[in-house]
Design a protein around this ligand. Sequence first.
Ligand code: OXD
Ligand code: MN
Length: 601
Amino acid sequence: MENLNKITNKYINNYIKNKYVLEFVNKSAELCEPDKIYFCNGSEEEKKFLTGEAIKTGELIELKQEKFPGCVLHRTAINDVARTEHLTYICTTKKEDAGPTNNWMAPKDAYEELGEYFRDSMKGRTMYVIPFMMGVPGSKMNKIGVEITDSIYVVLNMRIMTHIGRIVADDIIGDNFTKGLHSKGDISLEKRRICHFPEDNTIWSINSGYGGNVLLGKKCLALRIASYLGRKEGWLAEHMLLMEIQTPDGKIFYVAGAFPSSCGKTNLSMLIPPESLPGYKVRVLGDDIAWMYIGDDGRLWAINPEAGFFGVVPGTNMKTNKNAMLTIQKNTIFTNVLLKEDKTVWWEGMENPPDKGIDWKGDAWTKESKEPGTHPNSRFTTPTSQCPALSSEFSNPKGVPVSAVLFGGRRGNVVPLVYESFNWKHGVFIGATLRSETTAAAMGLGKIVRNDPMAMIPFCGYNMGDYFAHWLDLGKRMKFPPKIFFVNWFRKNREGKFLWPGYGENLRVIEWIIKQCDSDNNNKEKEAVETPVGYVPEIDAINTKGIEISKQDIKELLSIDKNEWLEEADEVEKFFSKFDRMPKELTKELNDLRERLKNSK
Ligand code: OXD
Ligand code: MN
C-alpha cells in the first residue's frame, strides 16, 4: 500500500478504514501515478477550496456572485460535448450477456486496453477519491460507490448529483461498493472508453470530461450497473422522471416516465399547471432516473436515486420551465453555455439575448454570429433541493407508489398524442417498441428514428432480451401494477408544424392518464376508445379549455393510420429479430398487433 503515502489529508484514517477502499485507491494510484491523493469529505470548506483551485487553472469560471451566488461555468473540450455511445461498453465474460444492443469487450481485453490508457494518466495531477451514495438516505434501495478521478469538475458535480463524503464512507461494508475509476487523460476521442464490468461491480472511464461519461454515479452506476443488479435482485433501474400530481379534489398520483435523452423529461417533471386547469399542483421527485421495486402492498414503488438535476439548458426559460430557472439561480455549475460581459450566462431560447459574449468554445460571439453561442447539449448541474416545486416525498426512503408509467418518444408522425396499453404485457411491448428521433445528447448519431426500448438503449447494462423478460416477470409478481401509457408531444401536421402546444399544456394529457388510473372514476370506458394499438382518448376526453386547438387537430393528434402502423410493425420486427433472447410473449404481442391492424378499417 505504499502509494497511500501520497494522501494529503491527515484525518483520513478516521473515516476511511475500509481495507477494500484503500486497496482500490492504492491500485489505482499505482496505475495512474498521481502526484497527490485527496479523500473528499463533502464539506462546504472543501467545495470552496476545490472551486478556488479550479478557478485558478481556468477549469471553472466564476460567475457574478451577486447575481448567481455559488455558480460557475465550465467549458468542455470541443470534441467532448455529449455521451459517446459508440465508445461505451458492457464487459461481461460472455458476449451474449451484453446482448445485441450493447458494445461488448471481454473484461480481460478491456482491462488491458484501458489499463494502457490509464497508465501514468494522473502524473502531475491530484487523484480525488469520492465516496458516494446513490439513493435516498435511509432507503433499503441505496447503492454505494467510490469514484476516483483527476477532475475537480467531476468532484464538484458529484457533490451536487449524489451524497458524497464522510457520511457515506462510514457506511461502506466490506467490498460492497461500486469501484469507479475515471481520468480525463488527454481527452482523445480515439482512446476514449467508458467500460462497465457488471460482474466486478466496476466502471472505468478514460479520456472524457463530459458529465454523462464521467459522473459515474449517474448513467454508469444508477442505470447500467443498477439495471444489472436490479435484474439479479428483482427490481428495476429506469431512465425515468418521477412526478407528483395533485388533482383539484386533493387526490395525489405519482407518474414515472421514460423518454430518450433531450425529449423534455426535466420540463415535464417540473411542469407548471396552466391557469385554465385550476386546482392542479405538480411537484417533482426526479427528472432522469427512477429505481422501482415491488412493495409489500403489491404496488410498484419508486425513488429517485439522484440528488441533483443535470439538465439540458437550451430552450429553458421562464415560460418553458420556470421551476428550473428558479432552481439554477445559485450553487449551479453551467457547462458549455454563453458567458456574457457581465459574467452572467445566456443560452439559446432564453429571454433577452445579449449583443455579444464568449461562446461555449471560448470564442468571441455576437448576435449576428451564425453559430449558436451555446452547445445544444449544454447543461446545468443543480441541487434538487433548490427546486421550488420539489415534492415532500422526495426524501421519503420508501419512495412513492406509481399509478402510471409513461413511455414517450419524439415522433413527427405515426404515433398519437397518447394511448394506453391493454394490460401490463402489452405495456411492456409498447415500451420495448419505443422509437424516437435522436437528439444532441449523444455524439455522432445524426438525425434518425431509432429503436430505444424504454428509453434505455444507451443505458441497459445487460442483454435487452433478458431485460424485457425481467419487465414481464415483474408484472406477474405485482398484484396492483401501474397502468402503462405512450405519449408523443411532437406530432406534426402536413406543414411540419407541431400539432400539440406541449410544455405546461401536457398536463391535459396527464389529466386524462390519471383519470384512467383513478379507481373512483366510473367514466373511464366512455373516455377511451379501443384501437388496434391501444386505448386512445375519446375526441372530447382531453380538456382543451383555454387553448386554441381545433377539433380537426385533436382528431389528427389521436389518429391511427393502419398502413403507417403496419410499416411501424415491420420496423419493430427487424429490431426484434436482432435478439436471440426475445421473450415469446413480445413476439406474440407483435403478431397480435398486426392482426388487429389488418382486421381494422
Ligand atoms: C442525460 C442523458 O444526461 O440522458 O440525462 O444524456
Ligand atoms: Mn437522461
